[in-house]
Design a protein around this ligand. Sequence first.
Ligand SMILES: NC(=O)c1ccc[n+]([C@@H]2O[C@H](COP(=O)([O-])OP(=O)(O)OC[C@H]3O[C@@H](n4cnc5c(N)ncnc54)[C@H](OP(=O)(O)O)[C@@H]3O)[C@@H](O)[C@H]2O)c1
Length: 437
Amino acid sequence: MAEALRVGIAGLGTVGASVARVLRDKAAELTRQCGREVVVSAVSARDRKRDRGVDLGAAKWFDDPVAMAQTAEIDVFVELIGGDEGPSHASVKAALEAGRHVVTANKALLAKHGVALAETAEKKGVLLNYEAAVAGGIPVIKTMREAMAGNSVTRVFGILNGTCNYILTRMEAEGLSFDACLKDAQRLGYAEADPTFDIEGHDTAHKLSILTSLAFGTRIAANDIYMEGISNISQADIRAAGDLGYRIKLLGVAQRTESGIEQRVHPTMVPTASVIAQVHGVTNAVAIETDILGELLLSGPGAGGNATASAVVGDIADIAKSRPGFQHGPVFGLPAKELRPYKKAQMRSHAGGYFIRLTVHDRIGVFAAIAKRMADNDISLESIVQHAAGPDSALQKTVILVTHETTEAAVRKAVDGITKDDHLTDKPQVIRIERAE
Ligand SMILES: NC(=O)c1ccc[n+]([C@@H]2O[C@H](COP(=O)([O-])OP(=O)(O)OC[C@H]3O[C@@H](n4cnc5c(N)ncnc54)[C@H](OP(=O)(O)O)[C@@H]3O)[C@@H](O)[C@H]2O)c1
């Protein structure tokens, strides 16, 4: 039997401790599957004394993850610290430079430094695997990187943040406010004490930037993503969406258009009957559309110790099975130097249907003025409905418009015009409608 693969795990939190447990509990299966043993020979975290729920006594302890990355006592460096700078970046870079294979679950790191790290991995002839970085346990990286050769992707989109999907699911199912659902998510450990990163779309954007690179062979461009979070989604939006046959989801969408590649993260209305609309709670889903395959939807657990560890262990097993000359392909599907610069499509030229909810003074002429602003901007309406608005219904009305396909620029101009007309009593709400089967 080949020599054992020696693994060093940096970070022994939710994911790192789970990885150590799975490697211990599944040692016999992994040995059979890989044709060699996989052993944890080194570990690093901040607090040496903390009980990690697994005996790591046989592994050498390192206070400094960079020193562990450079030691000749490991073959694979597994980075599960988190963060796009500091110890995670320094240690992954050091490991690749020292010729160690790397496995990471860190989307923030890859969104920022992915291309440079891929270049180093290629130069050193080592693997950089990151299945757990996007959609946790769902094998989407493997699917896109290895199983779709020859396909040209036209669109990739998904529910990539379990916290947001949990909040939106509960708002719809129980009629609760955004704030109440967020508090529950925090109590249950689905949301961080500071939830900004999740609910304002940053986490989804990091994951989307990696999918975009794999889908379109472009250099990662996380800073170019148009981003809106879910904190301004109200019960009025959820109910109106339901009445119209839609459900609201926070989607990350990357799409090839005539003017370039659109990358956007925002609340989206998807048809209630579509498959992605059936993805509830903390579950994640990724839809990939290609010319040869058609549409593929992968769905499953996007976070949590065990699900994420499953993806990390899969990446480690791939390294254990790889032999010189039979290694897997390049980090982002193409050699790093062949990744093209990302050509950004302007959000103003985004084309699609729109939901617009307006709260207006109840007075003569308002309805006609709104319809005129739409017509002036060549926006054709699928429906326009007016009904009483809440406790002040004697004074104000809600107007809900659904447009046929139009552009972001036209909608923004029309809504600006309506706002200037001084008929509104509240901020207008605009939610894009996404085509989904
Ligand atoms: N949690 C999930 O469900 C999930 C899902 C997908 C991807 N991820 C990604 O996986 C990574 C880890 O997430 P996590 O939830 O496991 O984080 P976590 O529970 O906060 O664990 C972080 C670990 O890093 C260690 N650490 C921090 N600074 C360090 C340093 N300077 N040197 C050595 N160790 C250090 C901590 O040590 P101490 O324990 O001693 O403080 C801790 O063990 C992140 O990149 C995250 O985005 C997580």
